[in-house]
Design a protein around this ligand. Structure first.
Ligand code: AMP
Ligand code: GLY
Length: 423
């Protein structure tokens, strides 16, 4: 069969690699893809938000399955448009992708169906938000309602910071229309864990757990980023936690969406915080995480196409989802200065060292092919991933592989997966 993947990051590279391992797949296309994806798929210069062009391309090439990796096209309704044209697509429709697209929606859903999450209030005007803050406890969390590249969450230590936050989100529109509404939420503390799952509308099958490192600097310092590295599984995601989440979070979320007439098919990514009162939902995403996919997918034993087709056809209950009994670590190689200000266009050396490796991967994010070779083309450049028999081993393997690559202004964190030593 012919598969089209929509997106251009490390996550889409990891998806493309899994798809290339499916015995059912003959041809893989990616729109727009990147220099690494181009080694295993045919990249086409169509942007992820160019819905009409994506639909025409899929029709013309007789694509059997389109996998939408990114949040923006999912929230914008790309799956609906593909389906309207008679094409098969993996990912939630617009009315279900709202689970990620609107934090106000997801909070109301959790409240209505008693899914454990932080207490909150929703505001449509900055005046109301500001007057609420006068009597609030600090720290407090402000969240822009809509998509904001993972940056629309502000943790405010005092009233002054919170006032500035409300102003920048709701008045100065730092995140554009994503800030038309604001969620103000109770601050929680605890370990964070990401659990990604396949969903077919009624059945949910969770994947192995993972944890992201969001801050730019070692020891969780510096600004928030899209993610500087991940490890999987999380030693903090115990059987007891899993049991709680199955009962009170996972299936209840899928059932709540169905009860609302918003049947969810695709990936639900549960961002969880393990508080001393038990696991709580921090956020939902309607897609694989980036860079969570890079440590979860290489450990999946199933044929990804078979699992995705089972989701579309509503027979996920027949799938026995299995993961390798090992660990993986992904270290992001970024451009120095990311996420604030950085230069790009530098030649990347050493990529060929990953050829023929079977438990070490070099997932491309911000890269570009030029006549001189592959160059850096973004803040997050590569996701160096390695498996190992234990997390410590996987970390050692991943950090060893980061040394195979050189480029000017190469930057990485040195403590990815390190929290595991405390477990
Ligand atoms: P989100 O995009 O909602 O996952 O938020 C981004 C990050 O902000 C999370 O990964 C947490 O580290 C932090 N965060 C979000 N909500 C809360 C909360 N209620 N309490 C404490 N930290 C939070
Ligand atoms: N790494 C977090 C996310 O993909 O949202």
């Amino acid at each position: 069969m012919k598969v089209l993947i929509v997106g251009s990051g490390g996550r889409e590279h990891a998806i493309a690699l899994s798809v290339s391992g499916s015995k059912r797949v003959d041809e893989i296309y990616c729109a727009p893809g990147n220099a690494g994806i181009a080694q295993i798929a045919q990249c086409v210069p169509i942007g992820a938000m160019e819905f009409d062009r994506i639909v025409s391309f899929a029709r013309e090439k007789e694509i059997d399955l389109t996998i939408v990796g990114m949040d923006d096209p999912l929230v914008g309704g790309l799956v609906d448009q593909l389906e309207a044209a008679g094409l098969r697509a993996f990912g939630p429709r617009k009315n279900a992708a709202i689970l990620e697209g609107s934090k106000a929606f997801s909070k109301e859903l959790m409240k209505k169906y008693q899914i454990p999450t932080a207490a909150y209030e929703i505001f449509d005007s900055s005046t109301a938000a500001l007057s609420y803050l006068e009597t609030a406890d600090f720290p407090i969390v402000l969240k822009a309602d809509g998509l904001a590249l993972g940056k629309g969450v502000l943790i405010c230590q005092n009233l002054e910071q919170a006032r500035e936050g409300v102003k920048s989100i709701m008045e100065d529109k730092q995140f554009g229309s994503a800030g038309n509404r604001l969620v103000i939420e109770e601050f929680m503390t605890g370990r964070e864990v990401s659990v990604l799952s396949y969903v077919d509308g009624k059945t949910i099958k969770t994947m192995t757990s993972a944890q992201d490192h969001k801050r730019a600097g070692d020891a969780d310092t510096g600004p928030n980023t899209g993610g500087m590295g991940t490890f999987s599984p999380s030693p903090f995601y115990t059987e007891e936690v899993d049991e709680f989440c199955r009962k009170y979070i996972y299936q209840p979320t899928v059932d709540a969406m169905a009860a609302e007439g918003r049947e969810f098919k695709g990936i639900i990514f549960f961002g969880l915080m393990l508080t001393d009162k038990g696991p709580r939902v921090l956020e939902y995403n309607a897609r694989f995480g980036d860079p969570e996919a890079q440590v979860v997918l290489p450990r999946m034993k199933n044929d990804i196409i078979e699992v995705m087709e089972a989701c579309i056809d509503g027979r996920l209950d027949e799938v026995d989802l299995q993961f390798e009994d090992n660990a993986a670590v992904c270290v992001v190689l970024a451009s120095e200065g990311y996420p604030v200000k950085y230069e790009k266009g530098f030649l990347i050396r050493g990529l060929e060292k990953f050829e023929g490796q079977d438990s070490c991967y070099c997932f491309h994010a911000g890269t570009k092919s030029t006549p001189e070779g592959i160059v850096t083309n973004g803040g997050r450049v590569l996701g160096i991933t390695a498996k190992g028999s234990s997390l410590a081993q996987a970390r050692e393997n991943a950090y060893a592989a980061t040394q195979w690559i050189t480029f000017e202004n190469k930057y990485m964190r040195h403590d990815i997966g390190k929290a595991i030593d405390e477990a």
